[in-house]
Design a protein around this ligand. Structure first.
Ligand code: 5GP
Length: 207
């Protein structure tokens, strides 16, 4: 089920590590045939977030119906809200040679890993835990209770890093983005992504 023309790229990391900023910067680089998947969520929109741009914002009963209809490639309950990757949109892109970035939590990433052996799994790490803590507190978008939940799960998420193919430390956005571009370039050259037809070569050499 994994032989698509596009690559499936999974980016995870604890809350506040800068995943969204990195993904946005990657998209702004206008890499050829690379797009960001838009997830569905039951979380309320934050100030400035737009439906169908940042997320597809859904009521819980609609989200649950989507689960029932098998419309998600993966889904998870993160910090008390549901988040999921719409399956068909991603598959259509991969089929058409477009690589798709999923910015998802570690639980969702492991669901994806089961079905996409050729997926590229990248974990974004903070330079240190204190910096992460300050980023979560200072961005001011979450309630106190939410901040507590995010800090608690940050440590747990970091312990799952060994399930990923690559670690990128986000001490500087430009450097982190450039590292990911290098990873994607190298991944696109892997032998197992090519299906070489040797008959053409055989004819050239033996005839
Ligand atoms: P936020 O509420 O800050 O936008 O996202 C909270 C967490 O949910 C982040 O760790 C983010 O990566 C994760 N997330 C966003 N979309 C999805 C998704 O479609 N599936 C899963 N499993 N996690 C997601």
């Amino acid at each position: 089920m994994d032989d698509y023309k596009g690559m499936l790229i999974v980016i995870s990391g604890p809350s506040g590590v800068g995943k969204s900023t990195i993904c946005k910067a990657l998209i702004e680089k206008e890499l050829r045939n690379v797009e960001l998947s838009i997830s569905a969520t039951t979380r309320r929109p934050r100030v400035g977030e737009v439906d169908s741009v940042n997320y597809y914002f859904k009521d819980e009963h609609v989200f649950k119906e989507m689960i029932y209809q098998n419309e998600f490639l993966e889904y998870a309950k993160v910090y008390g809200n549901y988040y999921g990757t719409p399956k068909q949109k991603v598959i259509d892109k991969l089929d058409n040679g477009i690589s798709v970035i999923l910015e998802i939590d570690t639980y969702g990433a492991m669901q994806v890993k089961k079905n996409f052996k050729k997926g590229v799994f990248i974990f974004i790490m903070p330079p240190c835990f204190n910096i992460l803590k300050n980023r979560i507190i200072n961005r001011g978008t979450e309630s106190k209770d939410d901040i507590r939940k995010r800090l608690k799960s940050a440590f747990k998420e970091i312990t799952e890093v060994s399930n990923y193919d690559y670690i990128v430390i986000n001490d500087d956005i430009d450097k982190a983005v450039n590292k990911i571009v290098c990873i994607l370039n190298a991944e696109s050259c892997r032998t197992d992504r090519y299906q070489i037809d040797f008959t053409e070569f055989k004819e050239e050499f033996y005839d």
